[in-house]
Design a protein around this ligand. Structure first.
Ligand code: ADP
Length: 399
């Protein structure tokens, strides 16, 4: 298994804006790294450059400490699993899994004969490997639950079964690196959840380095040891999933991760008496206890961010009671719509004296108030983003 290192890697397809720009990324040996971002942000291009299926325009790629920037795909010892499975339609599941190994360890009868004559010892070694192929496939098929399906053609398999065969084909090669390009996108929702769990288990079993591309933030959050959130060919943040979720580097990451997305309310920071307050969307929120550096924020145009699940709602609460609960008063609102999701409710509110909307995620079992409400939040769950470039004003500048 191997670590992967991308150093200032760029890719331009034409004179248009580059698909990937000066990308720096270190992926540790055995890590499960997810590249996530909206369609067209450069995730697949990055993965395909690691695989060697796309040339890099500039920069360097290392796998296992070796510069592979100009090495052919087949010599990189990586296995890639695609969204469309890419199985040979005329070959059985077994043959699809065996084909690459048979080529590697055998070739046709003429090649084998020549090898026996010219390099008998190497030929004997390869012959042993070749004889092990059926057992290797059987074992992998058992792990993936597809042993009874090995004699079927791809057209006789369901989408999930085909994806397992594609996965099996990658595993039997025992590569130093696995690359996944949206492998679960063609599966239905239930199967996706199941395969996600299996992939996670497989990663644990194999302790392999895996790089996984998806546009689905839930898949990224659940699968990755670390996620790299991309936009316009640039990594916005590479961090553990919950770190990126709780402490996003910028407004883009904050709103890309999470469903519904983080609430963002435009406004500015103002000093009133000894307090530092956010003013905007009809709200005036005391930020004094929020741990922001006041001087740096004074008069800044900002967006206040708060996740739907971090907003507390009360039917009728005096502000001093909120302080007892460790919350800051975020003003009044009116609930305009309630969406029930079974276990949770989404309360769509309009902030008092403004057209600003806010979404609150509440536990359906508790029974949220309706109509006019008081809203509040814990001071450390409030985020501030600079209005100009969207950077998170709580985070140190280097991140
Ligand atoms: P993602 O995987 O995040 O959806 P891609 O890496 O596929 O994004 O694409 C990034 C950008 O590069 C997009 O603007 C896309 O249109 C462009 N692109 C991708 N492949 C090609 C190609 N073969 N030729 C020209 N442009 C391409």
């Amino acid at each position: 298994m191997a670590e992967v290192s991308l150093k200032r890697v760029s890719k331009s397809y034409s004179s248009n804006q580059p698909a990937v720009r000066n990308l720096d990324l270190e992926i540790a040996d055995g890590e499960f790294l997810v590249l996530v971002g909206p369609s067209g942000c450069g995730k697949s291009t990055t993965l395909r450059m690691i695989a060697g299926l796309e040339d890099v325009t500039s920069g360097e790629i290392q796998i296992g400490g070796k510069d592979v920037t100009h090495v052919a795909p087949k010599s990189r010892d990586v296995a890639m699993v695609f969204q469309n499975y890419a199985l040979y339609p005329h070959m059985t599941a077994y043959k699809n899994m065996a084909f690459g190994l048979e080529l590697r360890y055998g070739g046709n009868w003429l090649e084998r004969l020549l090898r026996r004559l010219v390099r008998p010892q190497a030929a004997a070694e390869l012959e042993t490997r070749r004889r092990e192929i059926p057992q290797r496939i059987e074992q992998t098929a058992q792990t993936l639950g597809i042993a009874p399906l090995l004699q079927r053609l791809p057209k006789e398999l369901s989408g999930g079964e085909r994806q397992r065969v594609a996965l099996g084909r990658a595993i039997v090669r025992d590569p130093q690196l696995f690359l996944f390009d949206e492998p679960l996108s063609n599966l239905d929702a239930k199967l996706r959840v199941e395969m996600r769990r299996e992939l996670k288990q497989l990663h644990r079993q194999l302790s392999a380095t895996m790089v996984y591309v998806t546009h689905d933030q839930v898949e990224a959050l659940t699968l990755g040891d670390r996620i790299a959130v991309m936009k316009d060919g640039v990594i916005q943040q590479a961090a553990a999933p919950m770190e990126a979720y709780r402490n996003p580097a910028n407004r883009f990451v904050a709103s890309f991760l999470g469903s519904p997305p983080m609430n963002l309310i435009p406004g500015r920071v103002a000093r009133l008496d000894s307090q530092i307050r956010f003013i905007g969307g009809g709200l005036s929120i005391d930020l004094t206890q929020s741990g922001f550096a006041p001087a740096a924020l004074d008069q800044q145009e900002v967006e206040l961010g708060v996740r739907p699940e971090d907003v507390a709602v009360f039917a009728d609460e005096a502000p001093e009671h909120l302080a007892d609960l460790g919350l800051v008063d975020a003003g009044k609102a009116e609930i305009s719509l309630v969406e029930s999701l079974g276990d949770t409710e989404l309360l769509h509110c309009r902030l008092a004296g403004s057209t600003q909307e806010l979404v609150v995620k509440a536990d359906a079992r508790i029974g949220s108030p309706r109509g006019a409400i008081q809203i509040a939040a814990a001071p450390d769950q409030l985020h501030l983003f600079a209005a100009d470039d969207g950077r998170n004003l709580r985070r140190p500048a280097s991140n």
